[in-house]
Design a protein around this ligand. Structure first.
Ligand SMILES: [Zn+2]
Length: 486
């Protein structure tokens, strides 16, 4: 079964058929780097990462481009407030963005992260093309897009011309021919950063950068264009108008819009003063917990960031890690499956549960990347594993092979979603457990010493030493440490 995507452009669930058979291009609108990125930005970026990971799993060669808006009114205003240059502020926050994204596990070496300020010539060329086609006009060093000449304007947001006019009239700009027109190039105001252009000193508008960078790095038509729900209008509508006017071909084939993230039931926003920064969340919870939370709802559904929801994710991951850890211990002792062995009833039930999980995981992900459903499949199998292992102290034969199969299914799917990291999560738990085990052995040894049972006491010491655990009897009691393996 193939992947289906809800395309915002058609408002329908469509079969995903990329332009070329094995390559997929994805463009995702990245952050404006006037501050650190917040959890809302993180949700959009993570959804894009999950789409990428799943399509790679399905055998596609994926190229992902996510831009950084590093020149904008917000950046200029914030820099002025802070008394630094816009360039320095954008640079520092851009670096912080990479650091945070790395921690969230959403960056791959093959990704491209173009910056607006590094694509000024490409934007100027696009604007010149639009002027030449009569789709743009120059007023006092600024260049505006002439919305009237793009007949399909409004096709993505499905806004009618009269709604568009009513909305646009709020900000009256005398220089525009039509209230819906938008700027692609802004003439420089005194003291603002600027670049030279055929129309004088100025800087690019926001919409033109995505058209220019998407087409430069991915070609005239891209497969998937992703972004937050709030970008659908006017940003994405304007990207379409600019790009399609220049090329005459479809700009993006599938439009994916990620729903808002709420904080304690309220919309995250300036007026509420309730921004949660990704880096603060990552300081408080492991990466896998944040990722689990952010994909616990399908991306078009609202998601609420509350202390309880994070606790829930934390508990779920603990269950998952314990389960995988247990399976790992059993499956390392597993032997090859004897041929033509009949299954017991419990084994048959378990085998069915493993098969169902694999099918259900893919069915969920195929259905517009429904991560909630995919997670449901994973945790249903966790329950089945626990049930099965209750009566299997020393699994051999078919039971051992089934355990290896469940282990494989759970690690593959949870690693794909990025919610399982054996090196971090399990190691932490294992370390906790082995510390407790050593403490228990030392207690037993101390009891033996009290009884002057030197044979047992020495045996424990020697056997621990063989495991590179060195114990030392001091007057204050017995201490121990791990020796480095040589
Ligand atoms: Zn964009």
């Amino acid at each position: 079964m193939g992947v289906k995507i809800y395309n915002s452009l058609s408002r329908q669930l469509e079969d995903f058929v990329p332009l070329s058979a094995d390559r997929v291009s994805i463009y995702s609108c990245g952050p404006t780097v006037y501050d650190y990125i917040h959890m809302g930005n993180a949700r959009t970026a993570l959804v894009t990462d999950i789409i990428r990971r799943y399509l790679v799993y399905k055998g596609y060669n994926v190229k992902l481009v996510q831009n950084l808006t590093d020149i904008d009114d917000k950046i200029i205003n914030r820099a002025t407030e802070l008394g630094v240059s816009a360039k320095q502020l954008a640079h520092e926050n851009g670096e912080a963005f990479f650091e945070d994204s790395q921690r969230l596990g959403i960056i791959q070496p093959a990704d491209v992260h173009p910056k607006a300020t590094e694509h000024i010539p490409e934007m100027i060329t696009l604007i010149e093309d639009l002027i030449a086609k009569g789709a743009a006009y120059v007023v006092d060093g600024s260049v505006y897009y002439r919305v009237n000449c793009f007949a399909e304007y409004g096709k993505l947001s499905r806004r009618k011309p009269e709604d568009l006019l009513a909305g646009a009239r709020v900000e009256i700009d005398e220089r525009k021919e039509d209230a819906r027109d938008f700027d692609m190039w802004k003439a420089a105001k005194p003291g603002e950063p600027f670049w030279e252009s055929p129309w004088g000193k100025g800087r690019p508008g926001w919409h033109i950068e995505c058209s220019a960078m998407a087409m430069k790095h991915l070609g005239e038509t891209i497969d998937i264009h992703a972004g937050g729900q709030d970008l659908q209008f006017p940003h994405h509508e304007n990207e379409i108008a600019q790009s399609e006017m220049v090329t005459g071909v479809q700009f993006a084939r599938y439009w994916v819009h990620v729903a808002f993230l709420k904080i304690d039931g309220r919309r995250m926003g300036k007026s509420e003063q309730n921004f949660i920064l990704l880096r603060d969340a990552l300081d408080n919870y492991p990466t896998e917990v944040i990722r689990h939370f952010l994909i616990s709802a399908q991306y078009r559904h609202p998601l609420d960031y509350t202390p309880e929801s994070l606790k829930k994710s934390e508990g779920a991951l603990k269950r998952l890690n314990n389960c995988i850890d247990t399976l790992h211990r059993y499956s390392s002792e597993a032997t090859a499956v004897p041929a033509h062995t009949d299954m017991s009833e419990a084994e048959a039930v378990f085998a069915t549960a493993i098969d169902r999980m694999k099918r259900e995981f893919e069915a969920g992900m195929n259905a517009d990347f429904n991560t909630a459903r995919a997670l449901g499949a994973i945790f249903t199998l966790v329950g089945a594993v626990n049930q099965f292992l209750m009566n299997e102290a020393h699994p051999t034969g078919v039971a051992a092979a089934l355990i290896a199969s469940a282990h494989n299914a759970l690690t593959t799917t949870s690693t794909l979603l990025g919610i399982y990291n054996p090196s971090e999560v399990v190691q932490g738990e294992l370390a906790e457990q082995s510390n407790a085990l050593v403490a228990l052995l030392l207690e037993v040894r101390e009891d033996a010493r009290q009884r002057k049972d030197w044979t047992t006491s020495d045996k424990i010491r020697d056997r621990l030493k063989a495991l590179n655990i060195n114990i030392q009897d001091t007057r204050q009691g017995t201490t121990w440490k791990f020796l480095k393996r040589t």
